[in-house]
Design a protein. Structure first.
Length: 242
């Protein structure tokens, strides 16, 4: 039996103050696009493009396509004018957002242990960013370059969290049944509840900012270091391998 582990990125493998991160993201993006927006704020245009992703019901339209179709329509310039600006932004501006993230030393050890033990490992970050941005955040977390079964991104995904379609697409792509698959994440709404509803086992990471009066329905919970201890235990099903 092969165990599959889906791992969220932000506030799971990588500490991330999303309020500060997103604020800095839009500040930099506004500056980069100012020649096209001419004083207009970029947030409403990005917001409409993200809503287009959430509304997409076609398995033929990737998140990237849904995003760009909406973005070019609302900004009023064609794709050939927009794409080079995004490329420059992610190459020159996005790396500076690293300062709002926190390295978690357990992250790489978890990935190394799972892949060495023969598990299928998926970076199941919400695919609202392109691959270039996800690669950078994975590098910040120290988890870039491992033999993943899949890394979800705008370019290869046709749904996003918390849709069950997002999780079902992953299971289909990596050929994993729900009963041998774990979802590990910090967000009850995006990670724990929808994955659990599909029959995946779930581990709620409690290092992050989410505070709840009631624990979300999950199989296990605890900080990232506790998850590392758990996968090394007999209870996880890999013992004594690795």
């Amino acid at each position: 039996m092969t165990i599959t582990v889906l791992l969220d990125l932000d506030d799971t493998l990588l500490g991330n103050d999303m309020r500060k991160f997103i604020s800095a993201y839009f500040t930099a993006l506004n500056k980069r696009f100012q020649k096209l927006t001419k004083g207009r704020e970029i947030e409403p245009i990005i917001g409409a493009a993200l809503r287009a992703i959430y509304a997409n019901q076609s398995s033929e339209i990737t998140n990237m396509t849904a995003f760009m179709n909406s973005f070019v329509q609302n900004i009023g310039f064609p794709t050939v004018a927009v794409e080079p600006i995004f490329e420059t932004f992610y190459r020159e501006d996005f790396p500076h957002l690293r300062r709002y993230t926190t390295f978690r030393r357990e992250a790489a050890e978890i990935i190394r242990y799972l892949t060495t033990a023969g598990c299928k490992v998926v970076i199941a970050t919400n695919p609202l960013f392109p691959q270039v941005a996800i690669d950078q955040r994975m590098e910040w977390a120290g988890v870039l370059g491992f033999p993943y079964a899949l890394v979800t991104a705008m370019e290869n995904s046709h749904a996003c969290k918390p849709s069950s379609s997002y999780y079902q697409e992953i299971l289909t792509k990596v050929n994993s049944p729900p009963e041998t698959t774990w979802m590990v994440g910090d967000d009850p709404k995006n990670d724990i509840i929808p994955a659990g509803q599909l029959g995946l086992k779930t581990w709620w990471i409690t290092d992050g900012a989410f505070k709840h009066s009631q624990v979300p329905p999950c199989h296990q919970q605890g900080k990232l270091v506790r998850f590392l201890e758990y996968i090394k235990s007999e209870n996880f099903g890999l013992y004594p391998r690795g």
